[in-house]
Design a protein around this ligand. Structure first.
Ligand code: HEM
Length: 328
């Protein structure tokens, strides 16, 4: 029987079609984290307020500690738990050694070169890095003073410690600071409760799994250190300012305790940590030693607001006014 050329052509097409489909089928379904519903063009951007760290915390409470959001059509992994942050910044440190360069995400979340040069500031990089470090250190002091004024018992306890260690001496040395355990606890609690730089960013160098989820090469991962500092899974009574939680514990902010990562962690963690802490400790100890502190107009501590101004570094929204009187 002669072969029908039409049938021959059709069967060749079908063979080519099925073979191609089989060869290029997606290799297994990807496991992705929960994703809040998105809208066309914006993706999930409409769910983020100017205080993005707080919007993400709320989404995390609803959907879980790892989220997949879309900024426009760009997928972004959001991490808001200490354990998953450790998987990114320690277990897979090398795979996440890159930071993003995209200008959109820069504007939304952070300066890609970290908090060092502030967006729009056109000065040489060396000066910029120190200026950025000063900005974060001043935010830390601003929040520390805010919480001390809001908690007069903590302020008194800290002043007593500083003055007892110094025994009337005016100049403060490194060895004096070493003895001020409560001072260090107050600073740690400030950095937990008011993480000055809320976001750390990484880009996946290759496809990998984190916390059971598939992350594709090139995906942006954002770690919300601010939300981790207030996560009840890591901290008891996280919304209370209690420096005592840091007494008699080795928990520290140097990047090994992932519930407290105000300086990030791993090979892209903050290199200015020792310098920053030395300045914050010295300034705060001086403020405690040399002055007594009150709020203006006889206002009570709890009346002092803690409203935040959005930015790469989170500062107070309203300036902090306090009355300093000399302590002889
Ligand atoms: C309280 C003060 C400071 C805080 C809270 C802070 C926080 C941070 C954070 C969260 C990062 C990103 C880390 C990561 O992605 O894992 C960072 C990076 C960085 N910090 Fe700081 N920082 C402070 C002070 C300083 C100072 C004083 C300097 C310099 C004198 C400095 C220089 C840098 C630089 C250059 C980077 C970029 C590191 C990189 O991308 O590899 N920081 N800092």
């Amino acid at each position: 029987m002669p072969l029908n050329p039409f049938l021959l052509l059709l069967s060749s097409f079908l063979i080519v079609y099925f073979v191609t489909k089989w060869r290029y089928r997606p290799c297994g379904k990807k496991t992705l984290p929960p994703s809040p519903p998105k809208v066309p063009i914006l993706g999930n951007l409409h769910q983020l307020s100017a205080l993005t760290h707080r919007s993400l915390q709320s989404l995390g409470r609803k959907y879980g500690p790892v989220l997949l959001l879309h900024f426009g059509n760009k997928p972004v992994f959001i991490v808001q738990s200490a354990g998953v942050a450790m998987e990114i910044m320690k277990t897979n440190d090398l795979m996440f050694a890159d930071k993003p360069t995209s200008r959109t995400t820069d504007k939304l979340f952070f300066d890609s070169k970290c908090h060092a040069p502030r967006p729009g500031l056109d000065v040489n990089t060396g000066d910029d890095i120190v200026a950025g470090g000063t900005d974060t250190a001043s935010a830390t002091l601003e929040w520390a003073m805010t919480e001390l004024l809001r908690h007069p018992a903590v302020l008194k306890k800290l002043q007593n410690e500083v003055r007892e260690v110094l025994e009337g001496k005016r100049d403060i040395t490194d060895s004096d600071l070493e003895k001020m355990h409560y001072l260090k606890a107050v600073i740690k609690e400030t950095l937990r409760y008011h993480v000055p730089v809320p976001f750390m960013a990484r880009v996946a160098r290759d496809n990998l799994k984190v916390s059971g989820y598939d992350i594709a090469s090139g995906t942006l991962v954002i770690i919300n250190a601010w939300a981790i500092g207030r996560d009840p899974a890591s901290w008891s009574e996280p919304e209370n300012f209690e420096p005592e939680r840091f007494l008699n514990t080795p928990v520290d902010f140097r990047g090994q305790d992932f519930g407290l990562i105000p300086f990030g962690s791993g090979r892209r963690g903050c290199p200015g940590i020792t310098f920053a802490m030395a300045s914050v400790e010295l300034v705060l100890a001086n403020l405690m030693q040399k002055f007594n502190w009150d709020l203006p107009d006889g206002r009570k501590g709890e009346e002092l607001d803690v409203m935040e101004h959005p930015g790469v570094t989170i500062h107070r929204k309203n300036p902090l006014f306090a009355i300093a009187t000399d302590h002889c």
